[in-house]
Write a protein that binds this ligand. Structure first.
Ligand SMILES: *[C@@H]1O[C@H](CO)[C@@H](O)[C@H](O)[C@H]1NC(C)=O
Ligand SMILES: *[C@@H]1O[C@H](CO)[C@@H](O)[C@H](O)[C@H]1NC(C)=O
Ligand SMILES: *[C@@H]1O[C@H](CO)[C@@H](O)[C@H](O)[C@H]1NC(C)=O
Ligand SMILES: *[C@@H]1O[C@H](CO)[C@@H](O)[C@H](O)[C@H]1NC(C)=O
Length: 468
């Protein structure tokens, strides 16, 4: 597409006029505490200065893609190694799908720009409104609370798996429409791939850069557990500036890293995952997609999609680990300026809320866009990336390892393979000792009562999980 210079100029003029208009509104406000006019409360730095606009790198005949300042990632592997493909427009997956409601054009605008400045090809996969699903297409059995919002999300992810199976898509990255990522995403993914390959004992030739024996790659979870009860191989990268500090890890599901081998406020580990929460971003192989489709459509195991994935991680149906992942996560979440009620469509289509009001119960308003769980956020650096800047600030300079990154000179740290045995985790050993003590006491009490020590099944559930 060619932009005539005049339209750029018109755009610049519009921005200038618009900025002056907003400025007029904000300076003319007599009541700063007014809750009805958001514009009054937007801090002034959101107003584009017209001088910035002249830096958009567009030339008359061939507009320069704003992504031309993508850093190149140093890779030492041989040229026939598919790890090089991580630099391509789909990060070495065959496709990237973004699940988003067709009605949320605002979120698609966001994703389109994210794809542009990151050099990624993102295909939209339509989100599903649970209240518009045909009653007969609902799963006959459903574990957990029934909410139309959860059905909709479930179906949208299922549609992606169905599409992968129908079109024999070998691997895909699936993201939700509020995903955010670091400007160093390709560096992170190359290091992540080294980790997943080490855990799989992968060697050339290989088809996928991430190795050929994986089902699900948990990349954008909100918390994950490892498997401290077994000998485990990890890929550990210390002093990774894209790792958020412990103080920003507000979730509750955390791996046991109580061994110096895995510790560190800015250490990222690639690991086998036993459980994780959240489906904001994950990689899926064709085998993983087929397994989820089978488990959720043919077996009576249907449930909220992230819980469905978690259950497969716990069961490792192929004998090899079903889920590998990064901790902390690589993909974060973008939170737009404005009403928080617009963040999610899950509750909006829930049958629990009255029509028209569902999902809009939260009346908080965000006065500044935020990026959760990223350091050098692509969303918050969007304008700098569009201007072709190379030096980008971090989100939370007070806790992040580096306050800024210079893309042209930055060298990403290398990780290494680390083996950890169960006796090396301090917390796991303490928990074991605690459990042994409790068991002793319970045994003593039962003996005193003269009862038979009856084995109680843990967590009695009325619906049993089916295993193929
Ligand atoms: C990126 O690399 C993967 C793995 O080799 C490949 O399947 C995919 O088609 C490539 N994507 C693009 C856009 O070239
Ligand atoms: C990788 O090799 C080690 C032994 O070298 C073995 O214990 C482990 O199970 C292997 N992992 C996989 C996924 O094949
Ligand atoms: C879902 O569909 C219902 C009924 O058509 C509609 O009232 C509701 O607004 C829709 N929700 C979303 C999130 O699109
Ligand atoms: C970024 O790195 C490049 C290459 O080393 C250097 O020329 C440039 O001055 C650096 N910029 C800043 C602001 O440090």
């Amino acid at each position: 597409m060619v932009f005539p210079r005049s339209s750029v100029q018109i755009a610049a003029l519009c921005l200038t006029l618009f900025s002056s208009f907003i400025y007029f509104l904000s300076s003319g406000s007599s009541d700063p505490s007014s809750t009805t006019n958001l514009k009054n409360r937007i801090p002034g730095r959101y107003l584009y200065s017209p001088s910035l606009n002249t830096n958009i790198p567009l030339s008359e005949s061939s507009p320069t893609a704003p992504s031309s300042n993508l850093p190149s990632v140093p890779i030492e592997e041989p040229p026939n190694d598919p790890i090089w493909d991580i630099q391509n427009a789909t990060l070495g997956f065959q496709k990237i799908y973004a699940i988003s409601m067709p009605s949320r054009t605002d979120k698609r605008d966001y994703l389109a720009l994210m794809g542009l400045v990151s050099g990624l090809e993102i295909e939209f996969a339509d989100g599903v409104n649970g209240s518009e699903m045909h009653p007969r297409s609902f799963p006959s059995y459903w574990k957990g609370t029934v909410a139309l919002g959860d059905y909709g999300v479930w179906r949208a992810h299922m549609n992606v798996y169905q599409n992968m199976v129908q079109n024999r898509i070998q691997s895909a990255l699936i993201i939700e429409d509020d995903a955010d990522w670091d400007v160093l995403l390709r560096h992170q993914m190359v290091e992540f791939a080294r980790g997943t390959r080490a855990i799989q004992n992968a060697s050339l030739p290989m088809r996928s850069p991430y190795g050929d024996n994986w089902d699900l790659l948990a990349l954008g979870h909100i918390g994950a557990n490892n498997k401290p009860n077994k000998d485990q191989k990890y890929w550990v990268t210390q002093n990774d500036p894209t790792v958020i500090a412990e103080s920003r890890r507000t979730w509750t599901r955390k791996p046991d890293v109580s061994t110096p081998k895995l510790a560190g406020d800015h250490t990222r580990i690639v690991m086998e995952i036993s459980k994780f929460t959240g489906a904001a971003a994950y990689g899926l192989s064709l085998r993983g997609a087929a397994t989820l489709l089978y488990d959720q459509a043919l077996l009576p195991n249907a449930q909220a999609i992230d819980v469905a994935m978690l259950a497969l991680c716990r069961h490792d149906p192929y004998g090899s680990p079903f889920c590998l992942g990064a901790y902390p996560m690589i993909f974060g979440r973008y939170r737009a300026i404005g009403p928080e009620s617009k963040d999610s469509d899950r509750r909006a289509s829930s049958n629990e809320a009255a029509a028209g009001s569902g999902g809009y119960q939260n009346s908080n308003e965000r006065l500044q866009a935020e990026s959760e769980f990223t350091v050098f956020s692509t969303s918050l650096n969007m304008w700098r990336l569009m201007k072709g800047e190379w030096v980008l600030p971090s989100c939370k300079p007070e806790t992040d390892l580096q306050k800024e990154v210079n893309l042209s000179s930055f060298v990403f740290p290398r990780g290494q393979e680390v083996l950890v045995r169960p006796e090396e985790y301090r917390d796991f050993q303490m928990a074991l000792a605690e459990q042994r003590k409790k068991d002793e006491v319970a045994k003593g009490q039962q003996a005193a009562k003269g009862e038979h020590a009856e084995v109680k099944k843990d967590g009695v559930k009325n619906v049993k999980r089916w295993v193929a």
